[in-house]
Design a protein around this ligand. Sequence first.
Ligand SMILES: [Mn+2]
Length: 559
Amino acid sequence: MPPGPRLTADLEVVFLTRVLPSGTGQRHNGEMSDDGSAEAIGLEAPEGGTATPVSASPDAPDPEVEHRQRPSSPAFRKFIAADWAPRPEELPAPLIAAAFAAVRRDQVAAALPGERLVLPAGEFRVRSNDTDYRFRPHSAFAHLTGLGTDREPDAVLMIEPNPAQGDDGEPSTATLFFRPRAERDTEEFYASPRYGELWVGVRPSLAEVAAETGLIVRHLDELAEAAAKDVGSGDGALAVRVVRGADSSVEQLVNAAREAAGVSAEDAKTADTELARVLSELRLIKDAYEIHEMRRAIDITARGFADIVRALPAAMATARGERVVETAFDARARQEGNGVGYDTIAASGPHACTLHWIRNDGPVHSGDLVLVDAGAEVDSLYTADVTRTLPVNGRFSDPQLKVYQAVLDAADAAFDVARPGVKFSEVHAAAMRVIAQRMHEWGLLPGTVEESLDKEGQFHRRWMVHGTSHHLGIDVHDCAQARKEMYLDAELAPGMIFTIEPGLYFGPSDLLVPAELRGIGVRIEDDVLVTEDGCENLSGMLPRQPVEIEAWMASLRAS
Ligand SMILES: [Mn+2]
């Protein structure tokens, strides 16, 4: 997906995120059509629907209480607790990620020595009323524990100085606090929709998670005391930092301990920001496990794009064809991975000019291009991020080809410079030079190429407001808290993985561009691994050249 506002702000492009006001450029959008009127679907509009105030009565019954229908008699509780087979005694094997996570924890502890670092997995987020979103752990937590998929809600990783340090002990120790499964004689077992075994399945025991992660494990109930112990800023006291934004109750716990120790809110915030930076910069260079997982995510993604091509006839045959495209990919991502790493952009026709078009409710017409920006996330939570812009009927028209080739040339220019020692920002600059040249050749720029490339110009960016590249990994926009000197101004190094994703977007109402180009949006996005002497296009198995795309689409449709 296109880099978000944070990075583009660094690129000194401040006129982002909505290129088009809501509602423009959606000529195919089915909403608000005559057929959707109340009369057309046989409904009569209610009268006077604007003036009836509805106020909540203070005496209204609590629906949470009123609607519960779970049995709770002592006889029932005794009955449901009995006659279950014993738990398996065998412990699970260590996670492959566990050894890599241990090395990463040592790196974090070395960067902030002698401190307590608190990393929440996160809490359930409410989708509506009593229904939660599917749980995904915070990326820093996943990175430093090796736990992925939906593990473990409410858990907290704590890294702190080892009390045995000096007696040949490790300098730091890491403890995982989490909520182990409750036994069958508890109310949780049968009555808790969030944690109960009969609701969400058997959750792990302390011993099982210890075996998987190699971490010291403790019950979540012990967290509050452990997090606050010896916190302070004076001699012999311990500084503590917390990852913010993951779990408000853990944040409150840490903040209360710091406040009691006389740490100002401002100093606490500064300390936490620095922790976020350290954790973000730790992920700039991927280790062997991470590269392996990225390859898996990209392989699944490539298969998902083939599924999309096969689904295009079905997409053309229905009113909301973009949904057919989206769900074809979604099926592959869910079946082979954890899901999509971000909401798929399935943008047909002029919708391609809306950078984050994720409503995906438009039609897919023969003769249009469909821009699909999608990435599968594997169970370890590493995600691909790939975009292909495909001719719906299998053949590019001349105007489409003209735009596509310009974007491809920009991408190739970026690939040509991507190697160790080159600055991250130079990859973007290489792509932007091509875009500016083409816009000049097409007579769209108010001045010369150099005037447009100048910081005070940037006129070509009207048609590509997003950046060319972002780091990619366990977050789709990975390492986003890294300092500028470690990101945009840093030299590329082996093990970095980032996107190259130039685009051109000629909005349907853009009066500056020739009519034949209006409504055409193209992005080509690949995932790139920096090697010792250059770079590898990890998503290169998906065709990029127009003739290759046409041949690939034809072969998929023939099979
Ligand atoms: Mn991207």
